[in-house]
Design a protein around this ligand. Sequence first.
Ligand code: SF4
Length: 176
Amino acid sequence: MLEKVLERIKETGVFQYGLIKPSAISYRQEIRDICKGNLCRKYGTTWACPPAVGTIDECRERCMHYNTMLVFTGKFMMEDSFDYEGMVQSMADFKKLARDLESAVKPCLKDYLILSNEGCDICKTCTYPFASCRFPEQLHHSVEGYGILVSELAKQAGINYYNGENSVTYFGALLF
Ligand code: SF4
């Protein structure tokens, strides 16, 4: 099964990937506290981010249900460090990459979980917190929202956290 998954992952255009055990990851409350600071302006606005994703313990439990975490990245080039439009576009492109990856591996896996970058762009306006998610089967929770420090995750998975000047790297994970 792993071979098939890896074969399909390679076809999706991910930049790098690496495998780790969900039990080897630290799920940190302090990362959640950074989420609360709301620098990304997503906190409390979507079912994909805290507090909607549950407590740190609930997130850890959800991950620990699986044996393997395949960490994957997308690398995107900006015109310069002030390229706001490029940044917004790359966030959307990474979400699409995570959705493409899901379509690619779905036929091989009975039970899996995908984490992606912050927020959710499926609907123009999210239903949170007044009604249930419109598309729960397409919803990807955010990696950071689970209290995971991506620089540490990159190190553990043996992939790059930083990919050079004027580039931005987003992280996602497939648990199965
Ligand atoms: S699918 Fe729609 S309702 Fe669900 S989290 Fe995303 S934007 Fe919100």
